[in-house]
Design a binder for this molecule. Structure first.
Ligand code: ADP
Ligand code: DP6
Ligand code: CO
Length: 327
């Protein structure tokens, strides 16, 4: 009753920002992402009837009370789905900064969903796996697949039509994403809290919802025609709209730091110099830059000159869920 799974993070090009159901994690809008090869989580789950409680070892150490409780309540959902009661020993390693806007919750819960179902001997298809991952963290439902992935929000109240679908496999388009590290510390406001405050209080949330469907349609067209310029423009516009909703919240907040703005300015200057580079930012201060393979080096060289930049991680489109023999 033991299994190990590996899941990669994903960067949203059309963001998921806001839930219509907090418990089932049902989103207000469809979103679209690219799975990344560089950042991932590996998780081992072993169910054992002799265990008096669940145990969660995270990055080699006993996890905090709060994190352990979160894992247990997630496993309760999986146990209920499988009709079993036994406790589990979970070990997980994040090859990605945790809670810093690099989507650790996406790789983390996709890996946990895959390892826990396999450890229970369940034969789940990818659609079911995506729905189970979604209930840990919304963005995790997209990490089930590699390449470009769309999460269809669905319309039902029970979440049975809210899951991810592959749009274009990772081998089909060689783009680069430079993940720029400015701050690896945990963000002060989690994605979960940030989006909840936004939905409940932001004066701009209706504007976000009004624009997102059109942007999604344009994004899908850009992917299918491999129009990088359009893909980049829509990605940047969508990220800026999401971050604008936070400024209209009560109390207002932003994930940006001064370094965030310095990277955004650098990307604009690169474009003025004729290089196709576009930024996007998730719930955190760190910036991700999309560019073509032939421009990766020059973009990297220019970014390295910025004092706020602590590291640059080159990513390519990455694969979906994989199972392995050992952690
Ligand atoms: P991020 O930008 O890293 O996705 P979030 O605020 O969305 O930040 O999510 C962080 C939360 O994701 C953590 O507090 C933890 O609950 C969960 N998480 C991160 N890594 C893992 C993991 N390997 N296994 C289970 N849960 C994880
Ligand atoms: C800005 O999936 O981390 O990265 O569902 O509450 O766990 P929960 O939130 P999470 O939110 C991701 C928000 C985002 C955009 C995105 O990834 O689509
Ligand atoms: Co997250």
């Amino acid at each position: 009753m033991k299994a190990v799974a590996k899941a990669h993070t994903n960067i949203a090009l059309i963001k998921y920002w806001g839930k219509r159901n907090d418990e089932l994690i049902l989103p207000m809008n469809n979103s679209l992402s690219l799975t990344l090869d560089h950042f991932y989580t590996t998780t081992e789950v072993q169910f054992d009837e002799r265990l008096a409680n669940d145990m969660f070892i995270f990055n080699g150490e006993q996890a905090s009370e709060a994190e352990s409780t979160k894992i247990s309540s997630y496993l309760n959902m999986v146990r209920q789905y499988a009709g079993v009661k036994r406790n589990a020993y979970v070990r997980s390693i994040n090859h990605v900064p945790t809670s810093a806007g690099f989507a650790s919750s996406a790789s983390g819960f996709a890996a946990l969903a895959a390892a826990s179902t396999k450890a229970l001997g369940l034969e789940v298809d990818k659609k079911t796996l995506s729905m189970l991952a979604r209930q840990g963290s919304g963005s995790a439902c997209r990490s089930v697949y590699g390449g470009f992935v769309e999460w269809e929000k669905g319309n039902s109240d029970d979440g049975s039509d809210s899951y991810a679908k592959p749009i274009l496999p990772e081998a089909e388009w060689d783009l680069r994403v430079l993940s720029v590290l400015l701050e690896s510390k945990a963000k002060p406001i989690s994605s979960r809290k940030g989006m909840k405050r936004t939905v409940e209080t932001s004066a701009f949330y209706s504007g976000w919802l009004k624009a997102v469907d059109q942007e999604l349609a344009e994004m899908k067209k850009a992917i299918h025609t491999k129009d990088f310029e359009r893909l980049g423009e829509v990605t940047e516009a969508n990220a800026l709209k999401m971050h604008a909703t936070m400024l209209g919240s009560q109390p207002p907040f932003t994930y940006w730091q001064s370094g965030t703005v310095s990277v955004m300015e650098e990307v604009q200057q690169l474009r003025e110099a004729g290089i196709q580079a576009y930024f996007t930012i998730d719930a955190g201060p760190n910036v991700k830059i999309l560019c073509l393979p032939e421009d990766e080096q020059i973009v990297r060289d220019e970014l390295e000159k910025l004092p706020a930049v602590k590291g640059i991680y080159g990513c390519r489109p990455g694969p979906g869920i994989e199972y392995q023999d050992y952690l």
